[in-house]
Design a protein around this ligand. Structure first.
Ligand SMILES: NC(=O)C1=CN([C@@H]2O[C@H](COP(=O)(O)OP(=O)(O)OC[C@H]3O[C@@H](n4cnc5c(N)ncnc54)[C@H](O)[C@@H]3O)[C@@H](O)[C@H]2O)C=CC1
Ligand SMILES: O=C(O)C(=O)CO
Length: 326
């Protein structure tokens, strides 16, 4: 494999953890974008020219135009993420470009973070901690920082895929929650193992105390949780989103939090990313926002590097990818 790909050239759009880039360097010529901030569109267009493979991530928009700028020799785009909404998969298919992603190895880390956000939002963890840091902790208050508890309540999982399932397992098993979920297909194993009930989104929103969003971002799921959907939620409910920011209508969420139409929200993803510190959601005392760290553990990110590099090397050699999205 090494010999036939030695004169191939690949672009890696950010430094990635682990040793796997070394493996890539042994089989082809590699350029790594050296900065923490992603390349701009213009820079990306300049950098992709003549490349055979791209190792990209969610801040890089990889569409047909960019593939054409890269040229006919481009044979593989390997995304350093499980979500691939940043890639125009149809355009890749048309051009015979393989597309890979990094599923499974980040499921536990992301589900752990969804649970952390659920608790952080329910118990004002960040805001209460900030009070201590700011020297504003005056006394133990019988009526201060009152939150809501998940034990025995109803959990609604929107999108029962890998991460949805792992989140449900934690909360049903650990906090004895009742489970409702939406899914495009019946999930017999979930019903058997966790006692969940598949329902329509409206029912899930109306009956759940905690709603956690795990669908992939597609044209059908963009703004799935809009004003109408949020309007169906209980005033005591908590919304968690670790999927993609575009799935939740943020203006509607601001209104709902300001008017106390829902209790709180915990977000690992926003639109745009990064979200400005002046944004009403950042300012809201009822919203916890993290900078998209769902998969950010040493274990997950190293394993993602391994898969992304395996995908790239396989694609360069014209072989089936380890994890293909096409
Ligand atoms: N915050 C973070 O750091 C991370 C975020 N993610 C996000 O989580 C998402 C889910 O990841 P996985 O569970 O591994 O993916 P998955 O493919 O196992 O699950 C996605 C679920 O969305 C459903 N879905 C897709 N299109 C749909 C549609 N049009 N209508 C209704 N349901 C639809 C699928 O049927 C599937 O059940 C990723 O796509 C990504 O956007 C993933 C990893 C880390
Ligand atoms: O994998 C993904 O889809 C992420 O959002 C980051 O790991």
């Amino acid at each position: 494999m090494g010999i036939e790909t030695m004169n191939h050239s690949v672009l890696v759009t950010r430094q990635i953890p682990g040793e796997s880039l070394q493996r890539l360097r042994e089989v082809c010529e590699v350029e790594v974008w050296p900065e923490a901030i992603p390349p701009s569109r213009d820079e990306l267009c300049r950098l992709v020219k003549g490349r055979h493979g791209l190792l990209t991530m969610l801040s890089d928009r990889i569409d047909g135009e960019l593939m054409d700028v890269a040229g006919d020799q481009l044979c593989v785009v390997s995304n350093y993420a499980v979500g691939f909404n940043n890639i125009d998969v149809d355009a890749a298919k048309t051009r015979g470009v393989a597309v890979g992603n990094t599923p499974d190895v980040l499921t536990d880390a992301t589900a752990d973070l969804a649970v952390s956000l659920l608790f952080a939002a329910s118990r004002h963890v960040l805001q209460a901690g900030n009070q201590v840091c700011e020297g504003e902790w005056k006394t133990w208050e019988p009526t201060g920082w009152l939150g809501v508890e998940p034990s025995g309540k109803t959990l609604g999982i929107v999108g029962m895929g890998r991460i949805g399932k792992a989140t449900a397992k934690r909360l049903v098993g650990g906090w004895d929650m009742n489970l409702l979920y939406t899914s495009r297909s019946d999930q017999g194993d979930v019903e058997k193992e966790l006692g969940g009930r598949r329902v329509e989104l409206d029912t899930l929103l109306a009956e759940s105390d905690f709603v956690s969003v795990h669908v992939a971002l597609t044209d059908e799921t963009r703004n799935l949780i809009d004003a109408d959907a949020i309007g169906k939620m209980k005033s005591t409910s908590v919304l968690v989103n670790t999927a993609r920011g575009e799935i939740v209508d943020q203006d509607a969420l601001v209104d709902a939090l300001n008017s106390r139409a829902i209790f709180a929200a915990g977000l690992d993803v926003t639109t745009p990313e990064p979200l400005s510190a002046d944004h009403a959601l950042v300012k809201s005392p009822h919203c916890v926002i993290l900078p998209h760290i769902g998969s950010a553990t040493h274990t997950s990110r190293n394993a993602m590097s391994e898969i992304a590099v395996d995908n790239l090397i396989a694609g360069l050699a014209g072989k089936p990818l380890r994890c293909s999205v096409i």
